[in-house]
Design a protein around this ligand. Structure first.
Ligand code: UGA
Length: 443
């Protein structure tokens, strides 16, 4: 089996190393030469648990081949499109990488005789696989989809931080194809790959598969904005705690406990982008999706709850030094895209506070976008002599900080637990002030 993967971001690269791990030859294609050079040396351009090990192994076994051109896709049985679909200014999905990759595939397909299936893994608006990818390839290659090559939508549901695990243990596989032959090839491919595990396969058409991906992400995003709404209410009712509420409602099997962690809002390269894309899409269709608009609006305001909590103790932040623990959009990644910390830091700057920041992994990334703040290499250096501290990412090492440590090093131990990383029981009695998202304080 020979597979080509176009676009080596989190989805493309993770898929590549997992396939290589099962002895499949993978041509890994990206137009970014720097990325290809680095990857060819066995270095991952971003941190992802377990990825480096699998990458080195794939190179050693010669199952992974990195290149900037499309020459080797001729040999492939399946060509996976995993290029990025960033947001345009109006929130819609930018499909320029999809278009250019489709043109390159079309060029190569001109001279290919065997039946290859093009699987679109990128998150794209419904209709893209058929109306853009298929049309471009047909036009350029002068071949017919279904007869000469196959095409399907095959969305991806992996999460950053657990990308390898999620790829090897998916809840389901969605194959959206408008022709039976492509569906069968993809189904056989996945059944063989996951054997002896039996992963449910959802069979549908391409446009439904594309919408499933948006529905999945916007449902999870809505679940987060929902629990954050409850947290904001709970925070204002003395004695209540959103963590208990989430535990109790999560035990209702119709709700389930996952994605009910209240905090400062969702970030990353997917939820914010996909929620705005589906809103944009619906509006173009003449429907205003009020629920999703409010999911987005709630999320945009949520990081500022941490500043409101901070201001309870420090009404005027001018010239105060505030430490922010955590820059990554979630733990176990160096990714800061749409991270809530960035919004918090911008607001603190506006209020003329001095800012110290720390993150176990994302400092280098953050230095590119954040200026005029103090980047610290240790937690101690970050909180030292500060007037208040906001926990913005729930890294394991922050969960282990004791109240005594904050008390010893901060000017005044005012702690805002934006991610419910610390024990309210211990912290409420031991630091000068402990405020947490969703925690209704008695005083
Ligand atoms: C998300 C989806 O979970 C994946 O299924 C999907 O494949 C991916 O987007 C994508 O479209 O590529 P990811 O963005 O990597 O994955 O990370 P998540 O673990 O979903 O977290 C997203 C954000 O939600 C983070 O900022 C996290 O802190 C926040 N979150 C998550 C909460 O605030 N509360 C929760 O209970 C869960």
């Amino acid at each position: 089996m020979n597979v080509s993967i176009i676009g080596l971001g989190f989805v493309g690269l993770t898929t590549a190393v997992c396939l290589a791990g099962k002895n499949i030859k993978v041509n890994c294609i990206d137009t970014d030469k720097k990325k290809i050079d680095v990857l060819s040396k066995g270095i991952s351009p971003f941190y992802e648990q377990g990825l480096s090990k699998k990458l080195s192994k794939g190179i050693k076994t010669k199952n992974l081949n990195f290149l900037t051109n499309f020459s080797l896709i001729d040999k492939s049985d399946i060509i996976i499109l995993a290029v990025g679909t960033p947001s345009n200014n109006d929130g819609s999905a930018n499909l320029s990488f999809i278009r250019s990759a489709s043109r390159s595939i079309g060029q190569r397909l001109k001279n290919v005789r065997k039946f290859q299936v093009i699987a679109v893994k990128s998150t794209v608006p419904p209709g893209t696989t058929t109306n853009i990818v298929k049309s471009i390839i047909e036009k350029i290659s002068k071949k017919d989809a279904t007869k000469d090559f196959g095409i399907c939508s095959n969305p991806e549901f992996l999460k950053e931080g657990t990308a390898i695990y999620d790829t090897l243990n998916p809840d389901r596989i969605v194959i959206g194809s408008n022709d039976e032959k492509s569906f069968k090839i993809m189904k056989n491919f996945y059944e063989k790959f996951y054997r002896p595990k039996k992963i449910p396969i959802v069979k549908t058409n391409a446009q439904t598969a594309e919408l499933i991906k948006y529905a999945n992400n916007s449902f999870l995003a809505t679940k987060i904005s929902f629990i954050n709404t409850i947290a904001n209410i709970s925070q204002r009712i003395p004695g209540t705690d959103v963590e208990k509420i989430a535990e109790a409602i999560g035990l209702d099997s119709r709700i389930n406990p996952l994605f009910l962690k209240a905090g400062l809002g969702y970030g990353g390269s997917c939820f914010p982008k996909d929620v705005t894309a589906i809103i944009n899409l619906a509006e173009k269709l003449g429907y205003s999706p009020e629920l999703l608009k409010n999911t987005h609006k709630t999320n945009q305001m949520q990081p500022l709850e941490s500043i409101k909590l901070l201001k309870k103790s420090i009404p005027n932040l001018k010239n105060k030094t505030i430490s922010v623990l955590g820059l990554a959009f979630k733990p176990n990644t160096s990714d800061i895209r749409e991270s809530v910390s960035i919004k918090i830091i911008k607001k603190l700057k506006k209020e003329k506070a001095k800012i110290n920041v720390h993150d176990p992994m994302a400092i280098d990334e953050a230095k590119i976008v954040l200026k005029g703040i103090n980047f610290c290499s240790t937690i101690k250096e970050c909180i030292q002599d500060t007037d208040g501290c906001i926990i913005a990412t729930e890294w394991e090492e922050y969960k282990k900080i004791s109240p005594q440590f904050f008390k010893k090093h901060m000017k005044k131990s005012i702690i805002i637990d934006g991610r419910r990383a610390l024990s309210p029981k211990k912290f409420t009695v031991m630091v000068d002030d402990y405020q947490a998202i969703g925690l209704g304080k008695n005083s």
